[in-house]
Write a protein that binds this ligand. Structure first.
Ligand code: T46
Length: 133
């Protein structure tokens, strides 16, 4: 089974432009406690390289594109985030990496909890121990 799960973010459009709605427990599968966004990135400088114990997230590329690697310790998937109408679920205990940011990339992340460094697993061997025992 694929690790890739998208949420529905249809553009409500008219002649004035497009509007997208993300709502807690409606099209976002958790209550949103925090948002953050990443920009001014560099193509050859990847980010991420961690998993979270409890945090659930949805990542949306508002502008530009980047490639996301998802890894649950058994399977690995890769997807391109390249549209403000595509929301990628990053589940708990999934190692994730963001690569190949385009110059204009703005990556918005909706998160299920406030920031806590204690929730990060930043070492890949430790991650494998946590998920595979
Ligand atoms: C994730 C991916 C998709 C804070 O102080 N508060 C925050 O809410 C966040 C998200 C970060 N920070 C600090 C921690 C670091 O000193 O900002 C700095 C950069 O964070 P980090 O190196 O973790 O950034 P990324 O891009 O590797 O990872 C981020 C999120 O941290 C992470 O939860 O899943 O984006």
């Amino acid at each position: 089974m694929s690790l890739v799960e998208w949420i529905k973010l249809p553009a409500l459009g008219d002649e004035r432009g497009s509007l997208v709605v993300a709502e807690s427990n409606i099209n976002v599968p958790f209550a949103i406690e925090r948002i953050y966004y990443i920009f001014n990135t560099q193509k050859d400088t990847p980010r991420g390289f961690h998993a979270h114990y409890d945090l659930k997230q949805v990542a949306i590329c508002l502008s530009g594109s980047c490639r996301i690697v998802l890894d649950d310790g058994q399977r690995k998937d890769e997807v391109w985030l390249d549209s403000p109408t595509k929301g990628l679920v990053i589940d708990t205990r999934v190692w994730h990496e963001m690569h190949e940011f385009s110059e204009d990339c703005i990556l918005l992340v909706l998160a299920s909890a406030h920031y806590s460094e204690a929730d990060y697993i930043r070492d890949y061997d430790k991650f494998l121990e946590v998920v595979n025992g």
